[in-house]
Design a binder for this molecule. Structure first.
Ligand code: NDP
Length: 245
């Protein structure tokens, strides 16, 4: 009997996360779609996963909440004894832009809690299973902001920069167990998150002349999740239409 492979995508209900869920489904993964509030979108994402020829389930928790994250993952594990989530895509993230001069502490903290702590809260409970299984893939969705820093995004740049460094550190800890840890750093991708941005203005700065599509990021994530990417770990791979190299 063929082994069932499970992937967990945080923030899998919309945008890049949804595209990743669908792409991994095409590769035969059963996909656990995490979300926090938008249940309708999460259900639509699950439908899309099924249309892609696989199956999955919704797993609601706030990645910023360590106890809730651990509990939800533990509850899934109890219902699936002997099964391992072998691919984790840490994708949930928010932006809340403001100049540092005007940024209040809540705006700083919320972005860090979801975007950076979310990595810890979801990765920690899954590591043991991957280590025992001696195979795993952890893919963190970072950002161009985490590489070069962006004015108006000190909170988001700090969170994504932290996520990149955590990627490099964890990769070294678990490489011998056949677990790779990589980061993907998108530039401007057309999703709800970038809906309010002046696309016509911004695309003039992008050598490719356009925003990227979520599916393009998903293809890169799927490659990093594949067996073919076994020797790539601790890397940050940009996908930004040539915006910054
Ligand atoms: P969207 O705003 O389109 O979707 C965000 C997703 O994250 C939703 O599924 C949302 O769930 C989920 N989410 C938000 N907060 C939490 C939380 N506390 N716990 C669990 N899930 C949560 O974002 P994008 O698809 O654009 O972005 C995805 C990732 O890619 C983010 O990390 C972002 O920083 C990064 N990125 C995006 C870029 C872009 O141009 N779009 C560029 C570079 C990086 P719900 O539906 O329930 O709200």
């Amino acid at each position: 009997m063929e082994e069932i492979r499970y992937a967990l995508v945080t923030g899998g209900s919309r945008g890049i996360g949804k595209a990743v869920a669908v792409r991994l489904a095409k590769d035969g993964y059963k996909v656990l779609i995490n979300y926090v509030s938008n249940e309708d979108a999460a259900k639509t994402a699950l439908e899309a996963v099924r249309e892609a020829g696989s199956d999955g389930e919704l797993i609601r928790f706030d990645v910023a909440d360590p106890a809730a994250s651990a509990e939800a993952i533990q509850a899934w594990q109890s219902k699936h004894p002997g099964e391992v989530i072998s691919v984790l895509v840490n994708n949930a993230g928010i932006r809340n832009d403001n100049l540092m001069m005007r940024m209040n502490y809540e705006d700083w903290k919320k972005v860090i809690d979801i975007t950076l702590d979310g990595f810890y809260n979801t990765t920690k409970p899954l590591l043991k299973g991957m280590i025992s299984n001696r195979w795993g893939r952890i893919i963190n969705i970072a950002s161009l902001s985490g590489i070069r820093g962006m004015a108006g995004q000190t909170n988001y740049s700090a969170a994504k920069g932290g996520l990149i460094s955590a990627t490099k550190a964890l990769a070294q800890e678990i490489a011998k167990r056949n677990i790779t840890v990589n980061a993907v750093a998108p530039g401007f991708i057309r999703t709800d998150m970038t809906e309010d941005l002046p696309q016509d203005e911004l695309r003039k700065m992008i050598p490719s002349g356009r925003f990227g599509e979520a599916e393009e990021v998903a293809d890169l994530v799927a490659f990093l999740a594949s067996e073919n990417a076994s020797y790539i770990t601790g890397e940050v791979i940009s996908i930004n239409g040539g915006l910054y190299t």
